[in-house]
Write a new protein. Structure first.
Length: 114
């Protein structure tokens, strides 16, 4: 059984920063990539950022230059540093891990509001 446990969400003012963490545990044989999706009310879930086992990254255009994804392979943990947050970044953020199958975290709420 594989579990992804997220932490770090919360309420922040526009222009502020948050750091999300996601730790994977359980019977993990291979990790091809880890990353973050988000889903705002009334919208589809969208990719925010991902990082492969080799360290390659890609980002949604809307977060480029503001968000940074990183990972600690030894800890099976992925991070999302979010800076210069905007109202439109408000969403539930989901961690995911691409292994033999895809795994998802339970989601963590990020609210950007003054």
């Amino acid at each position: 059984q594989v579990q992804l446990v997220e932490s770090g969400g919360g309420l922040v003012q526009p222009g502020g920063s948050l750091r999300l963490s996601c730790a994977a545990s359980g019977s993990i044989f291979v990790i091809n990539a880890m990353g973050w999706y988000r889903q705002a009310p009334g919208k589809q879930r969208e990719l925010v950022a991902r990082i492969t086992s080799g360290g390659s990254t890609n980002y949604a255009d809307s977060v480029k230059g503001r968000f940074t994804v990183s990972r600690d392979n030894a800890k099976n943990t992925v991070y999302l540093q979010m800076n210069s947050l905007k109202d439109e970044d408000t969403a539930v953020y989901y961690c995911y891990m691409k292994s033999i199958v895809d795994y998802w975290g339970q989601g963590t709420q990020v609210t950007v509001s003054s």
